[in-house]
Design a protein around this ligand. Sequence first.
Ligand SMILES: NC(=O)c1ccc[n+]([C@@H]2O[C@H](COP(=O)([O-])OP(=O)(O)OC[C@H]3O[C@@H](n4cnc5c(N)ncnc54)[C@H](O)[C@@H]3O)[C@@H](O)[C@H]2O)c1
Length: 330
Amino acid sequence: MLFLSESDIEAALDMKDAIDTLEMAFKVHSEGKTKTPVRTHLDLDTVNGIGLFMPSWVEPIKAMGIKTVTVYQDNPGRNLPVIQGTVQLFDGETGTPVAVMEASYITRLRTGASSGVATRYLAPQGASRAAIIGTGAQAYTQLWAVLTAVPDIEEYRIFDIAQDKAQAFKEQVEKDFCGVKFRVARSAAEAVKEAQVVTTCTTAREPVFLYSDLGEKEVHVNAVGAFTPQMQEIDTAIMKKADKLFVDDFEGALVESGDLIIPMNEGKLEKEDINGEIGEVILEKKKGREAGDGLTVYETVGMGSLDVVIARAIYESALKNKIGTELSLK
Ligand SMILES: NC(=O)c1ccc[n+]([C@@H]2O[C@H](COP(=O)([O-])OP(=O)(O)OC[C@H]3O[C@@H](n4cnc5c(N)ncnc54)[C@H](O)[C@@H]3O)[C@@H](O)[C@H]2O)c1
């Protein structure tokens, strides 16, 4: 059995490969060729934590796996990451465990790549300005994915309610992505004003900017943060007025995403306002961005099949490139 640490995974798969891999994952998901129950969610109230268990079987590549992660909101004060865990990967033909991998980087990589896939299909043509709201653990791969999907981005505006975090993030990405002008904005509204691709990856419980802040331009929004029914980072008017609103997983999004559930409970959004899953766009069953579309939105909550497909791609690359540590269960 192969053990893969965070640095092993980083060496095994880059963002372009991760985005290409997830295109396949979204396709097979929307074709119904995976078995992915809605994740088991354990509320650990006494420790301000959540346990998430995400199994999946992906028929076309005969892969099974489970990601187990904890989300402990007080961990930054302990100098520990909010999200920690492992992915176990099995050989689907024999049931043999073949790999255990660090899950936090896999989560960041696949969540970024998920927005990268949506950005490929929904961003306005020739987009050159982007914005990111929230500069926590997910932010780096989100920004990297947008820059990979839309290579013409020239200016990236950055906002976080913690301005020192936004500044530190700017200094980090400036070193890694030359040729892009990064600016820290004074508000989320200022960040998104000119942006044609906007990503929100915050822990907010209220919308982080308003529909009117986006203006009348063509713009695509990746909404990443709201993964519980109580969380909402996207203004209801943005959801309602979007020309196209896609999700990663219809079933999961409707039970987990406050961006959808809160306006639906208020009678301000209907299921019919959701155009479908991003996999249906890749399968050409639904249209992505078309001429005349102004605002498009991608709402993602994540699903286990993405982790299993990406884990399998990492495992195969690790075997090929001799990355990782062999362990024996005997
Ligand atoms: N969709 C998915 O598949 C997926 C996967 C992983 C994580 N997530 C979710 O994405 C969100 C971000 O994750 P993370 O690990 O980066 O969290 P994090 O706690 O590391 O960072 C969140 C950042 O958001 C900022 N923030 C909070 N409210 C804000 C506001 N109103 N305006 C601007 N900034 C604000 C915080 O200051 C912080 O820097 C979380 O809710 C997480 O659960 C979603």
